[in-house]
Structures are given as structure tokens and as C-alpha cells.
Design a protein around this ligand. Sequence first.
Ligand SMILES: [Zn+2]
Ligand SMILES: [Zn+2]
Length: 354
Amino acid sequence: MDEFPVRTVEALCLGTSLALSGIFYYVYRKKRKTVDKLNDAPHLTLDGKLTDILNVTPGKCLQYVVIEGAVQPVGEPLRSQFQDGSVGVVQKLMLREHKLVWNGLARTWTDSERVLHQRVNAVPFNLVGSDEATVRVLCPLEASGLDMEIIHEKFHQATYGFTDIIGQYLSGEKPKGQLETEEMLKVGATLTGVGELILDTDRALKLRPPTDGSEYFLSTADFETLRVEQENQAVVWQVLASVFALAGAAVLLWVGRRYYRKLRVRWEQDRLRREFERLEAGAQRVGVVSAGSEASQDIPIENACVICLSQPRGCVLLDCGHVCCCFSCYEALPQRTCPICRQNIRRVVPLYQA
Ligand SMILES: [Zn+2]
Ligand SMILES: [Zn+2]
């Protein structure tokens, strides 16, 4: 093998697609596991019997369960900064800057967003079911899927004068304004929690992030919505992994095809050479001297190979029939075309003088 059959670009494409496919497959497997765990998780009703169930459970702990209840603060709730009378247990205040940035490549202004300030407050809270049964929710900020209600949203338009406009064109940035939002998990909202349920030493039920590393969920949507959402995400990762695996396979096929073509050219060359040698040997047996085996001295110039000028013309190129070169020059041709007429060379036979 004279050279490595994979070019740098091909190796790069192959490596990238295989690496991405691997990463996406890993994320997909993780998501799939989460979905499987969600499907297997038992749904518990939050009532007075729950404490008894946990009392007889070994370790007083249920690894992964789904539980639903109404949000109730343990102490004083949080008050909304913008909406009078709104109280909650988790509050997220955000200030985002919106601006237009000049994109030199697309030659347009594109939107850009940046978080200027973010604050999350939380107070301890319980989920309350029937019979006043409660479950304390631990570490709510570690949970996934907690999309809270937006209770306040206000856009502050940026104002600017003439000099600002010139400055914007020079800097390539045009401020649009600032968006102020407040999200809140309100008192009384129904919350679905998926996590580890324990009966603590103080005889209180507590929901906490699973100790086995499974994903902890708190969601204001119902369980089915949460499950379908996770399943859809798994499908997206699966599709991405497959697409990149296919891309990798396509690159491999491409390299293989090119390599095969090269091999075929080499086989054809070998076949022609063997045929030439066979014909030459056959001619010598019957006493005919082929033109190529003449002594190399004293070749008349009109009989010398047009390429090396030192050997006699020893072969006939077919189908064009030109007698123009010696066999070693024919073999060294960069392409299988006649050096005189550029026609394809299908066969090459020795030239005899009887
Ligand atoms: Zn020659
Ligand atoms: Zn020719």
C-alpha cells in the first residue's frame, strides 16, 4: 500500500460524526433510563395512610415515587414584589437586556439577549393532600421541570438621542430595552413531585433528590405531561445519535469506494503486464524478436520511445494502435491514455519484428 487511504478531511468528518453520535447516544441512554424509571415509579396518594406504608417499608424510604399535592408554606410565604396579594414559596426575579447586534456575515441586525440580574428565593414548603397529610419538599431548586407561573413581565424601552444613534452604528450594538420578569410557585398550586420519599426521625414525610442519582422532578404540570415531555426529549437525542452515526457510515463508504477504485486500477495494470510478458515469452519461443528486446544502442531516432528517447518502441497501445513508447514508459504513464492521441488504453501488446 503506497499511501494511507484516508484523507485528513475525511478522517476529521469521520471522527467528528462518530464522537457526536457517541455523545448523543450517551445522553439518549441517560434520558431513556429516566423515562423507564418514571414509567416504573409507583404513584402514591398523599393521605393519612402514607405514614403507615412508610413505617413498614425497610429503611423507611421509598426510592422513587410520584406524589401530588397542594403547595403550602411551612412558615411565612414569599410576597410578590410586583403583584399585590400574590404569595408563593419559590420566586425567581430576572432582568434581561435585549439588544440588536450587527451581524457582519449576514449583513443584518440580529436579536441578542443577556441576563443582567437573576435572583431566586425559596422558603420551606409542604405538599398537602387529603386528611391534612403533608410531605415536606427538600431542595426544590435542585429539581428539574419546575416551570413556574410568570406573574409579572414588563419591558422597559430604551430611549436614545442623536449622538447615541451614531455611537450605535459605530459599535454595531443597538439596545432595545430591558425585560423584567417575576416567576412564582404560588401557594395553593398543585405540584407533582418525583423523588425519594422518607419517613424522618421526627415522623415527618419528606421528599428529596434520590440518593441513587436518578433525576428529581417537581412540576406544576401533571405526571403524564412530564413523562411525555421526557420521552420526547429521549426521541430527539436518539434521532440525533442516529443521524450522526449514519453520517459516519457514509464517510466510511465514501473512503471504501475510493480505495476500491484505486485497487481496481492496480489490478488492471497487473493484468496488462502479465499479458504483455506472456505474449513476449511466447514470441521468443518461436524465434521472433520483439522490438523492445533489441540492444539499446544505435536506435534510429524515428524508432525511439517518444518519452525516454533511449529505448526502442516496444509495444502497441490498443485500441488506437499507436506504437510510440517502450513498455517501462507505458507503465509509468500517470493515466491509462495514449500519449499521442489521448485515447483510453484497453490493452497493450508487444511489437514484433519477424
Ligand atoms: Zn521509453
Ligand atoms: Zn493513440
